[in-house]
Design a protein around this ligand. Sequence first.
Ligand code: SF4
Ligand code: SF4
Length: 227
Amino acid sequence: MEHSNEVYYSIREIIERHPSCLFGVADISYSDYYSQYKCALVIAVAHKKIMTKDNYIEEELEELICEARKECDEIISNVAVFCRKNNIDYHIPPMVQKSEKSLIAPFSYKFAAVNAGLGWIGKNDLLITEKYGPRVRLSAILIDFDLPTGKPIKHSKCDDNCIYCVEACPYNYIRGVCWDINKYRDELIDYHSCNAKRSLFLKKHGRKNACGLCMVSCPSGHTTWKI
Ligand code: SF4
Ligand code: SF4
């Protein structure tokens, strides 16, 4: 199978078996990986339920995140099997940060998602999709094949006056700044302090605190939610 459309439709068919999964393809010419891979397929799997500040339970949010992560892994692994069968090189970049100091992953799923046109980055530094708001789990696979790429989203669609996420953070880590594609993470949020605070959970619970109050307080996506 070599025709670009055939490959694209086969991959799309794999993803569309999962109705709550959004996907897009990013031009990754901005990335060091571009010397080896032509594009990134980015997926966003919605949580199975809308959690808000009113029904927030940390353990339940953690479960929703884990469930969505499992589904992401399954989809990406099925796309990888397809690539292998068709002799297409691929790489699944790890989500984990390469350094505990910089807390920067080798390939940002979030930045690839905005480049694929899946959404924008909210004042809370999360990807915000039109359909599900920030209640999605992201994953990506780099593919050495030319697939039709999406139109990057370069500006925030957060309402200028919206401060739900800013007010939801108990530690005031969110600065209330509207994102655009040239903004750095630290201009939006004190990510290091957020990470440190959530890591305090590790000793007692064996995992970070999901927290996510800045996620569950976001009104985006509520009206179009359908799983
Ligand atoms: S995850 Fe929690 S601590 Fe971190 S920015 Fe969001 S609300 Fe604040
Ligand atoms: S709560 Fe408002 S400002 Fe914060 S990410 Fe959601 S829409 Fe944007």
